[in-house]
Design a protein around this ligand. Structure first.
Ligand code: ADP
Length: 404
């Protein structure tokens, strides 16, 4: 690891202009796009961030003050981060948890606590947490192996159900919507590893609410966003803020989202994903204890972004106003399904002629099918206007192969 020399020599001179007397160094576990956008905000506050990520070219590497090139699934790099950073956070859930507990024991501040990460890393523990705390969630059973799958299907009388790997799934990988008869008749299951089987919720809407809670227990919600999915890749393709909900449904959703975080005694930023079923009942699907894809739009659409809010919590500063300045639609820029390799955003110059269009590229060197390469936030005077503009943007730009 090489410490940035220029930082060391300028540090003294810069101190006069700091907003805080005590200026902690923030350690970020993971250097993906979420880490990168977080560091963009940290730079605005003149706060230094050190990342740990195995990929030397990861999206956050170009703006981090330092980069420990090492795996977050190994003890060594996490300890090294603990040695150089005052406060630690993470932008991804797939982290080796043991050293995080040890760092916490050794007096390091980790936000959110590894205690929460441990629950979130295991969809089985997460569902049990919701059940134990009276938080509405789809009926479920933790299972392992064909016999337990069949018993659960019969016990609940499911026709359709959802199977999820307990650990290491992400972005819809390790999640399958299944026909109960197929399993009962053919005796074939997609995974034998520990899994959660849950009732299929016929959703009217899928909504995400980002909740921020600080050490004092102050809590605030970002306005809910509605997510629309690519049915093939099971990835969010379009996100609308604020979600169209009547006052009662909005209030209930906020109540449930805040209850999840309060019951976990969570400090940090938490994305709570909810299903609204056909009879207007809310169910918590899952939560992420970090900034989330469904909060990208907050950079331009809200007074305080999800990234700034996390930064404020890490620094012990007051929570920011989460109100919407203007309605927004966010679209993910995904790698085209038919190629891997260098790419460019075709149509960039056309779409930037429109007001209220913000392109974010994450600096990933290569495209891969359905890889998240960037996103575009589109603001409008109304949700309808933003949607209309977003449709135009979607049809006028795309990720294309760069011929070299
Ligand atoms: P991941 O953690 O990989 O993102 P999720 O648990 O969020 O996976 O599931 C991915 C998607 O699958 C959800 O956004 C939703 O569209 C669908 N899904 C998951 N669970 C259910 C369910 N119980 N009923 C209906 N659809 C579901």
């Amino acid at each position: 690891m090489t410490l940035c020399k220029s930082f060391a020599s300028f540090a003294g001179a810069q101190m006069r202009f700091e907003i805080m007397k005590y200026k902690p160094v923030i350690g970020v576990i993971g250097g993906g796009q979420l880490g990168r956008m977080f560091i963009e905000e940290a730079l605005r506050y003149n706060i230094e961030c050190i990342i740990v990520d195995a990929d030397k070219d990861c999206p956050a590497s170009v703006i981090a003050h330092d980069h420990i090139v090492g795996s977050i699934a190994e003890e060594g790099p996490l300890w090294r981060l603990g040695e150089v950073a005052d406060v630690l956070t993470y932008e991804i859930e797939h982290i080796f948890i043991k050293p995080l507990f040890e760092l916490e024991k050794a007096g390091k501040t980790l936000i959110p606590s590894p205690r929460i990460l441990e629950i979130v890393q295991d969809k089985g523990l997460q569902k049990q947490f919701y059940r134990d705390n009276g938080i509405p969630t789809a009926a479920f059973q933790v299972v392992e192996g064909l016999d337990e799958w069949k018993t659960a299907i019969k016990t609940f009388g499911w026709k359709k159900f959802v199977a999820k790997l307990r650990k290491d799934g992400y972005d819809g990988k390790g999640v399958q919507i299944m026909d109960a008869n197929e399993v009962l008749k053919k005796n074939v299951i997609p995974f034998t590893a520990p899994a959660v089987l849950e009732a299929f919720v016929a959703c009217k809407k899928e909504v995400s609410i980002i909740v921020a809670r600080n050490k004092k227990g102050d809590i605030t919600c970002f306005p809910p966003v509605e997510m629309e999915f690519d049915p093939v890749a099971n990835l969010v393709t379009l996100l609308v803020c604020p979600a169209k909900l009547n006052k009662k449904l909005l209030q209930k959703a906020n109540e449930i989202a805040m209850k999840v975080v309060e019951r976990m005694q969570g400090v940090g930023i938490f994305a709570i994903e909810l299903f609204l079923d056909q009879s207007d009942q809310w169910f918590v699907n899952e939560m992420a204890p970090r900034p989330h894809n469904s909060g990208h739009h907050t950079i331009e659409a809200c007074y305080t972004s999800q990234y700034e809010q996390l930064l404020r919590i890490l620094l012990g500063l007051p929570l920011g106003d989460t109100s919407v300045i203007k309605p927004a639609v966010m679209i993910n820029l995904l790698g085209a399904p038919d190629f891997s390799g260098p790419y460019f955003l075709d149509g960039y110059d056309e779409i930037l002629k429109l007001p209220g269009v913000y392109v974010h590229l994450y600096g990933k060197k290569e495209s891969k099918p359905m890889r998240k390469l960037g996103h575009i936030t589109i603001l409008g005077e109304t949700v309808k206007a933003a949607r209309k503009k977003a449709k135009w943007v979607q049809s006028h730009c795309s990720i294309r192969k760069l011929k070299q």
